[in-house]
Design a protein around this ligand. Structure first.
Ligand code: PGA
Length: 258
């Protein structure tokens, strides 16, 4: 988390493989118009690659940032179909989502490769939002804490306080499922994550990292989740596709921090 963002609520949207270029532009223009002056809010819009270059200039000098939903772990080379951090940087992209559940589930991404991407993003001054979270099977087997600890150890290895980053706790069984953990459980898990990050990387680094919750967040639960201790913000998938749902969630997230 940028130091200046400590008192702010951070909300990232993940559009996944939805929206046309025209729809994306209209949405971002509306967002900038309604939210650019809300000081307590940092909004990060993870959008499909082809739209990044057109959307970044719409957000200049605002606290709304355009992010990629993924990137490759190397700078340049013969890697047909991949997109690298220097490419993203060259079109003004400031943030990148890494290790999302769908990348892990459908494309076989592992913690080690998430870490290579993390290091590469940081090297190029792109702020990573690193997704971690247990599957329902891991949860049922009582492995949740082991999994989260391992992910914190591997995915953000090399983190430093000079290079801001976010960790998004997204239980994989809650994504797109319309169910979230109980509020008390979200709070407990975030406390555990904060303690784990502090134990491994030290107090100063830990304070520089925003820990966000994602998985079936919408306008109905955004307020309650954002009031929880150790929750610095939220990640929103399905509800971020609809402007009314997303803007209501943003307002509720801000209200929670007032
Ligand atoms: P969801 O998705 O809000 O639709 O559960 C969250 C995500 O994929 O980050």
């Amino acid at each position: 988390m940028e130091h200046s963002d400590v008192e702010k609520v951070v909300v990232f949207a993940n559009w996944k493989m939805y929206k046309t270029a025209e729809e994306a532009k209209t949405f971002i223009n509306m967002l900038v118009k309604d939210f650019k002056d809300i000081e307590k809010l940092v909004t990060i819009m993870c959008v499909p690659y082809p739209y990044i270059a057109a959307l970044c200039p719409l957000c200049t000098d605002t606290q709304i940032h355009i992010a990629a939903e993924n990137m490759y772990e190397l700078d340049w080379g013969a890697y047909t179909g991949e997109v690298s951090a220097p490419m993203l940087k060259s079109v003004g992209c400031s943030h990148v989502l890494l290790g999302h559940s769908e990348r892990r589930g459908y494309f076989g991404e592992k913690d080690e490769s998430v870490n290579r991407k993390f290091r590469c993003a940081q090297k190029h001054g792109i702020t990573p939002i690193v997704c971690i979270g247990e599957t329902s099977e891991e949860k049922q087997k009582g492995l949740m804490h082991d999994i989260l600890q391992r992910q914190i150890k591997i995915c953000i290895d090399g983190v430093s306080k000079e290079n801001p980053c976010y960790v998004a706790y997204e239980p994989r069984w809650a994504i797109g499922a319309g169910i979230t953990p109980e509020l008390g459980d979200i709070e407990k898990t975030h406390r555990f994550l904060r303690e784990t990050v502090t134990a491994r990387y030290g107090e100063e680094v830990s304070q520089s990292i925003g820990i966000l919750y994602g998985g079936s967040v919408n306008k109905e639960n955004a307020y309650d989740i954002c009031t929880l201790e150790h929750v610095d913000g939220i990640g929103i998938g399905s509800c971020s596709l609809d402007f009314d749902c997303f803007s209501a969630s943003l307002r509720n997230a801000v209200a929670a921090k007032e």
